[in-house]
Ligand binder design. Structure first.
Ligand code: PLP
Length: 413
């Protein structure tokens, strides 16, 4: 066993589960759907889970397994399942934990499509979402009852950039015997190790930082191995057969398998490559974001800047305590009104107008008219999405070029 402490060392040297026949240092991409067996008895054993072998790539695949193995090592988790998108990760977890009549306790500060998934798609199947103030334990606890199947929050909320005291939220969930599910997309295991904060399950959109530069849509579900699944109505029947792997088995052998939300081997291969440079890229993006937040905060035309790395941010103290290596690459700021926001976007050259975040390239968007465009003014107000707000995802470009571009944008509004 190699002794590995560092994040990037672990990515580079966590071995592929099987030795390559040619000794290839970069494991090959197994773009194969099906896998052949020596005889009928062997494939039966594989189907029964008695022989650890890949049968069909909707359920598992060697290249995807390689990526899952590296993610597991980074998170020190019980297991990881790679899925087709960040939304697929959230959906699979909710389908595994909840049924009609269940509720989840969450925050009004969530990614727009997650709100839509909870309220509309899963709402139609009988899920209720209860919104608590994630900074107030009394508010969280008062929402939990015998039908609560999860507490759900984002490590840094997108785009409100709010950071909750995750250890406090996890204590509230633990007291009630409910798993805490955390969307760690904006932090990744490099900035935040959810296991250390007693998070039961983490979901991440790998589309963002992990893919290495927006190379493919994907997600992961991480079971940290801390939650006693006998407390979960839908997972407990799997305990007799799968013990501590009950949640992962419920997914792999039922929900995830049946939904068909598998990660493509090509994306898994790109994600593994992305992991190798993740620490380097996040450091550059966080450093750039901090400097840009400071720059914007000094500009008279900018009405407000929201970045957890700024001492003025209401989330700064808790973010500093939880995120030791940086505050992420996402920030939001306000101009006078929507017209100014549009003029600003339209006069940028290097910073692109696109709906993604944590790409290598810096991206800007006006959330109210795009990601949150399907909501009424009142609903947006409730989610703290204002019409004069811009979201900037800071990439890894040379900082001076980004500052020049922003300066140009401000001159043109
Ligand atoms: N969670 C957060 C915080 C996000 O920002 C996003 C997408 O922007 C998602 C989940 C969904 O990820 P994907 O686009 O990979 O489905």
């Amino acid at each position: 066993m190699l002794r590995m402490k560092g994040f990037t060392t672990k990515v580079l040297h966590t071995r592929y589960p099987k030795k390559d026949v040619h000794g290839a240092l970069r494991p090959p991409l197994y773009d194969s759907v099906a896998f052949e067996f020596e005889n009928a008895s062997a494939i039966q054993q594989a189907f029964e889970g008695k022989l650890p072998a890949h049968t069909y790539s909707r359920i598992s695949n060697p290249t995807v397994e390689d990526f899952e193995t590296k993610m597991r090592a980074l998170c020190d988790a019980r297991g990881v399942i790679a899925v087709s998108s960040g939304m697929a990760a959230i959906t699979n977890v909710m389908l595994a934990l909840c049924s009609a009549g269940s509720n989840i306790v969450s925050s009004r500060h969530l990614f727009g499509n997650t709100v839509s998934l909870f309220e509309k798609t899963l709402g139609d199947w009988g899920l209720e979402v209860r919104y608590a103030d994630m900074n107030n334990p009394g508010s969280i606890e008062s929402m939990i009852d015998e039908h609560t199947r999860a507490v759900y929050l984002e490590s840094i909320t997108n785009p409100q950039l709010e950071v909750a005291d995750i250890a406090m939220v996890s204590r509230c969930a633990e007291k009630a015997g409910v798993p805490l599910v955390l969307d760690g997309t904006l932090t990744t295991p490099y900035l935040f190790r959810s296991r250390d904060y007693n998070v039961a399950v983490e979901v991440i959109s790998t589309t963002k930082y992990i893919s290495g530069g927006a190379t493919g849509v994907g997600g992961v579900i991480i079971d940290n191995g801390l939650f006693d699944w006998s407390a979960s109505a839908k997972i407990s029947p799997f305990i007799d057969r799968y013990g501590p792997f009950a949640f992962l088995a419920k997914l792999r052998r039922e929900v995830f398998r049946n939904c068909g939300s598998c990660m493509a081997p090509h994306h898994a291969w790109m994600n593994t490559l992305g992991l190798e440079t993740l620490a380097l890229r996040i450091r550059q993006s966080c450093d750039n974001a901090r400097e840009i937040a400071r720059f914007l905060a000094e500009q008279p035309k900018v009405k407000a800047v929201n970045y957890p790395g700024l001492p003025e941010s209401g989330s700064h103290a808790i973010a500093a305590a939880q995120f030791k290596k940086g505050y992420g690459g996402l920030l939001a700021f306000e101009l006078e009104n929507k017209d100014q926001c549009f003029r600003f976007i339209d006069s940028l050259g290097i910073i692109r107008n696109a709906t993604n975040l944590n790409d290598n390239k810096s991206l800007i968007i006006h959330p109210a008219s795009t990601i949150f465009g399907e909501y009424s003014d009142e609903e947006r107000h409730g989610m703290d999405i204002s019409d004069n707000m811009l979201r900037l995802s800071v990439g890894i470009e040379d900082r001076e070029d980004l500052l020049d571009d922003l300066q140009k944008g401000l001159e043109n509004i």
